[in-house]
Write a protein that binds this ligand. Structure first.
Ligand SMILES: Nc1ncnc2c1ncn2[C@@H]1O[C@H](COP(=O)(O)OP(=O)(O)OP(=O)(O)O)[C@@H](O)[C@H]1O
Length: 240
């Protein structure tokens, strides 16, 4: 059930995914998942290699479709939506951060951040530019707005990617190994930033990570093994 202060952002209901791999029967890799994520959740998704984490993230990000079950984003059922409907929800409500940030090299940092706001073309408005500047400042990159990605360190590039993911003020931020190629200190800093936005904007965060130290800094850890949830633990954080 949703409540006003901490609304439900995501709900999975008996979600299943099968792949056709040329066998007589399809290969089911997600076996009827149920889960709720609320606006203030800062949640790690962990599990062994091949357990289905990326498959699940792709379904939640509306990049792929479940075989059965239902996936609600902000109380909207998504399974019956057509491509256009899914794309619209994805653009308006979901931000993505990946291990490899896919910044556009021809664009400056601020142009990369503005990109999700510009998908329908046109010049950015003053308000959009001010918001992009604010986000870059919030991730500690004031003064770097005009730099190209290749002029930035790996950690700085990932911070641009986080600012870009937040540009549309998404209700849900999905991060797939966002710190996988960063050193421990930079990784911890990126996690702090994600948490900051989770608290400041009530943007639900779901992070796939293999790093147990990082998952323990999340408020909640959900474990996926062989396509089934085997754990859902809340951690008490010092200073919360
Ligand atoms: N397109 C596909 N076609 C067939 N099988 C697939 C496809 N994508 C994934 N799988 C299978 O689904 C299972 C789950 O894969 P998935 O990539 O979701 O796991 P993961 O937990 O993200 O792994 P890792 O931590 O190694 O990234 C694996 O057995 C994989 O081989």
């Amino acid at each position: 059930m949703s409540n006003i202060k901490d609304p439900t952002v995501l709900r999975l209901e008996d979600l299943r995914k099968s792949y056709n791999v040329g066998l007589p029967t399809e290969l089911e890799v997600l076996h009827g998942l149920n889960m709720t994520l609320r606006a203030h959740d800062f949640c790690a998704l962990v599990g062994p290699s091949g357990s289905g984490k990326s498959t699940l993230l792709n379904l939640i990000g509306l990049l792929d479709q479940p075989t059965s079950g239902e996936l609600y984003l902000l109380d909207q059922a998504t399974r019956e939506l057509d491509d256009e409907g899914r794309t619209q929800i994805r653009r308006e409500s979901i931000g993505f951060v990946f291990q490899f940030h896919h910044l556009i090299e021809a664009f400056t940092a601020i142009e990369n951040v503005l990109m999700p706001l510009m998908v329908r073309g046109g010049k950015p408005t003053e308000e959009q530019t001010a918001w992009a500047m604010h986000l870059l400042e919030a991730v500690g990159l004031k003064g770097f707005e005009r730099k190209k990605p290749s002029q930035l360190s790996g950690g700085q590039q990932q911070r641009v990617a986080i600012a870009r993911a937040l540009a549309t003020r998404p209700a849900l931020l999905l991060a797939d190994e966002p710190t996988g190629n960063l050193d421990t200190q930079t990784a911890a800093h990126i996690f702090e930033l994600l948490r900051h936005f989770n608290r400041e904007f009530g943007c639900a965060v779901l992070i796939v990570t293999h790093d147990p130290r990082l998952s323990e800094t999340c408020d909640r850890t959900v474990t996926l093994v062989d396509g089934q949830f085997t754990g859902d633990v809340r951690h008490e954080q010092a200073g919360k």
